[in-house]
Ligand binder design. Structure first.
Ligand code: HPA
Length: 273
């Protein structure tokens, strides 16, 4: 079996050969938020299935394309369609695209996602800047042989989310009059939504929002030395916070209804980076 590092290198060289201008910002776009990638100028669109060693996304609402080009005066690489641990991928597969981004020299990564609101002051449609996270996935993408060329064996997780980017994101929110929240994101593997008892526990533990993505990629990105900004769209109140039963269609629907606001916000952030 090929080593992980070799696989990353093969994907990296494939991308280098297919991209003219190297991007500096990476974008990981969550459920129903792929619209941003459609606004990339002079896009080079690469299907995941054509990139060496790239895992392929299977979830409805996730396209599986990498889009590279100009965006708000910057060069970006966007992952349109992310890979989830609950799909059966290994943690190494879930974090593979981020590894490739970081190895290409992308130094800033913006991660968006859908999440359930635990904090009772949130309402569906809110955007939340991730201040910190709790890895409640009972796995860790950094387990296994450590490649020193990727990062250190014991990475510091005390400042995962760039303070500079959080300040910038707040300034942009103010400028565009977007009421943005800030909080702690807790990662659970899914695919089942949580029970009300689990949500109660997660709230006591300090979580403001819950989701099934983001944390693995972010941990790999930190390990790779990238600067990170995470923003979640609160698509629903988590189980037991409201009486409504949860379903994926509703998550997608709410994500779609805030797509315009979310896109405008991310654009403003990238413009000001
Ligand atoms: N729980 C977990 N993941 C989610 C949720 C939720 O309520 N909403 C969107 N992603």
């Amino acid at each position: 079996m090929k080593g992980y590092f070799k696989k990353i290198s093969e994907a990296k060289y494939y991308l280098k050969n297919n991209i003219k201008i190297m991007p500096t910002i990476g974008l990981i776009l969550g459920s129903g938020l792929g619209i941003l990638a459609d606004e990339i100028e002079k896009p080079i669109v690469l299907d995941y299935e054509h990139i060496p060693n790239f895992p392929i996304s299977t979830v409805e609402g996730h396209a599986g394309q990498l889009v590279v080009g100009g965006f708000m005066g910057k060069q970006v690489m966007a992952l349109k369609g992310r890979l989830h641990y609950y799909e059966g991928y290994t943690m190494n597969q879930v974090t593979f695209p981020v590894r490739v981004m970081a190895n290409l020299g992308i130094g800033q990564i913006i991660v968006t996602s859908a999440a359930g609101g635990i904090n009772k002051s949130f309402v569906p449609g809110d955007l939340m800047i991730i201040r910190d996270h709790i890895n409640f996935g009972f796995n860790n993408p950094l387990i296994g042989a450590n490649y020193n060329s990727l990062g250190v064996r014991f990475p510091d997780m005390s400042r995962v989310y760039s303070r500079g980017l959080i300040i910038l994101a707040k300034k942009v929110a103010k400028k565009y009059n977007i009421d943005v929240k800030e909080g702690v994101y807790v990662f659970l593997t899914g695919p089942a939504y949580e029970t009300p008892a689990e949500i109660k526990m997660l709230g006591i533990l300090g979580a403001d929002a819950v989701g099934m993505s983001t944390v693995p990629e972010i941990m790999a990105a930190v390990h790779s030395g990238a600067e990170i900004l995470g923003i979640s769209c609160i698509t629903n109140m988590a189980a037991g916070i409201s009486d409504k039963p949860l379903n994926h269609d509703e998550v997608i629907e709410v994500a779609k209804s805030v797509e315009e606001k979310f896109s405008a916000y991310i654009k403003g952030i990238i413009e000001n980076i």
